[in-house]
Design a protein around this ligand. Structure first.
Ligand code: 48F
Length: 252
């Protein structure tokens, strides 16, 4: 027999279980766009406790709309391995460019991150950070609905050993750390130049403050790199690289 109150108990109880487990994680990823989801996938697959916080209802960030609402994106050949790992299909356009269905990319990366073991929370906004002894110690979180409705409600906190800023053009976490510590400065994203941007984003994916790593378009915001539009290989490769960097860091 179906009981409405059982449904309530099941949802509330299981959600709390997941949230309580994420009060302390190895890695907190902020933002569920392509770079954050790829980072979550590789870190979880390597056995790390990963919690990912996304402020919007859906995961996938800037993937869904493709280029100008044509829901296809381009990925270059050197990133196909990541699509293969995720079981996402692509079609060759020429020797450099491959075309991917934006919906399949967004949902495929999300599905794989969850299946690898990452705990994903949507509708939660990261509004501040915790720092101890000049090192990232965790995040300050609140419901996005609280932010939108401008309610005066205090947030809560989660602890972790490393934070990944995967918030895209906003570079939200880096901006907070810059403003509150004075130990990081953001050069700001530059004009469109896809070829240069794609390479530079991956090259500059790095730890920018002790325990704070940057991936995806946040890298461009921190290092003053050009933008690239609807080509996503750099985002995928940056996500995989940041997972490697965090893995190395947490080993010691
Ligand atoms: O913007 P987004 O897709 O970031 P990305 O992984 O990829 C960029 C590309 O989509 C595209 C591009 C390159 O081809 O130019 O724009 O760098 O995803 C970032 C996610 O972070 C969420 C935001 O809603 C989005 O889904 N986000 C931003 N700030 C916060 C946040 C925050 N403070 N708390 C939680 N989530």
């Amino acid at each position: 027999m179906i009981e409405e109150t059982t449904i309530t108990r099941a949802i509330a109880g299981k959600y709390m279980e997941k949230l309580l487990k994420s009060v302390e994680s190895d890695v907190c990823i902020v933002g569920g766009g392509p770079s954050g989801l790829v980072a979550a996938y590789y870190l979880a697959k390597n056995g790390f406790d990963v919690s990912l916080f996304e402020k919007k209802l859906s995961l996938g960030g800037g993937i869904w709309g493709g280029g100008m609402m044509f829901n296809r994106v381009v990925v270059q050949g050197n990133a196909l391995e990541i699509l293969d790992d995720a079981g996402i299909e692509y079609e060759k356009y020429d020797d450099t460019h491959y075309v991917v269905d934006a919906i399949e990319l967004a949902s495929g990366l999300t599905y794989n991150a969850i299946k690898a073991g990452a705990a994903i929370f949507n509708l939660i906004n990261v509004e501040d950070v915790m720092i101890r002894d000049d090192r990232m110690a965790g995040l300050v979180i609140n419901w996005t609905a609280v932010e939108i409705s401008n309610l005066h409600i205090d947030p809560m906190t989660v602890a972790c050993k490393a934070v990944v800023d995967a918030t895209g053009h906003d570079a939200s976490v880096c901006n907070i750390v810059a403003r509150k510590t004075g130990k990081l400065s953001l050069a700001g994203e530059k004009y469109m130049w896809a070829e240069k941007a794609e390479e530079a984003v991956v090259e500059n994916t790095s730890e920018v403050y002790p325990g704070l790593f940057v991936t995806g378009m946040s890298v461009a915001a921190v290092y003053g790199l050009p933008r690239m539009g609807p080509i996503f290989g750099g985002m995928l490769l940056s996500g995989r690289k940041v997972a490697e960097l965090v893995k190395e860091k947490l080993r010691y």
